[in-house]
Design a protein around this ligand. Sequence first.
Ligand SMILES: NC(=O)c1ccc[n+]([C@@H]2O[C@H](COP(=O)([O-])OP(=O)(O)OC[C@H]3O[C@@H](n4cnc5c(N)ncnc54)[C@H](O)[C@@H]3O)[C@@H](O)[C@H]2O)c1
Length: 256
Amino acid sequence: MNSTLQDLSGRTALVIGATEGIGRATALAFAAAGANVFAAGLGAARGRSLEEEIRSAGRVQAAFMEADVTREADVQAVVEEAARRFGRIHAAVNNAGTEGRFGPVHEATTEDFDRLINVNLRGVWHGLKHQIPHMLAHGGGAIVNTASSAGIQPIANIALYSASKHAVIGLTKAAALELARSNIRVNCVAPGPVNTGLLHRMVAGNVEISTIAESVPMGRISEPEEIARAIVWLCSDAASYVTGHTLAIDGGLTVG
Ligand SMILES: NC(=O)c1ccc[n+]([C@@H]2O[C@H](COP(=O)([O-])OP(=O)(O)OC[C@H]3O[C@@H](n4cnc5c(N)ncnc54)[C@H](O)[C@@H]3O)[C@@H](O)[C@H]2O)c1
């Protein structure tokens, strides 16, 4: 295959939810592929350290802006600032997510529901709402939303999380259909268990990570970089005919 198809030199990637875990690895992977990176999310200190890490490698430009995806004005400001800074956003990743509380669905509170849906679903929609007009005005682009294997195959005791990720997959597919003739591809990734703070917080005191790893056909959980590489690929020209797809990156978890 022509390796230039995965070369993102001269392009700009916007990663929202970039301060930790999969998002941070994705920002670094975009930079390694040659793209300038505009990173956004919660946690200014971690965001600045990411910006510095990318900049100090000396290949591409990087910027960070603190933003809460539950606030539409924050997401709008991120898209506007990324466009002002780099001119055009070629790739956008809506990755911010929260784990919610482990336990039976009937024990969740209204506050649990609102928090989870606001971050995991409304946050992705805020991203689409402001990224799409920019891409339409600039001739196209690629968007990747972070769903989960729990959005394909629900998991007991994380019902609201599972529901939010099913919704992200539905939102992604509908947006892809709307934009299929506008040179904007919209896909999502569905990671299985990934070695990040989110997974460890989600199951702490309830399930051992070794038990989760054993339940995966490949016998291990993944590292964030393994998800990041797939996200960058989906945003590259190598994936030029891929839209509306949910890419499971789960060591075979959802196969059976
Ligand atoms: N870790 C896993 O096992 C796993 C599996 C499947 C899907 N995911 C999904 O991957 C995505 C990234 O999660 P992760 O595992 O890297 O977790 P993480 O906790 O390491 O990172 C989550 C990121 O989202 C950001 N974030 C959370 N709430 C936010 C908000 N309101 N506004 C802006 N940013 C916010 C955090 O600051 C952080 O940068 C999430 O959407 C998560 O649901 C994770």
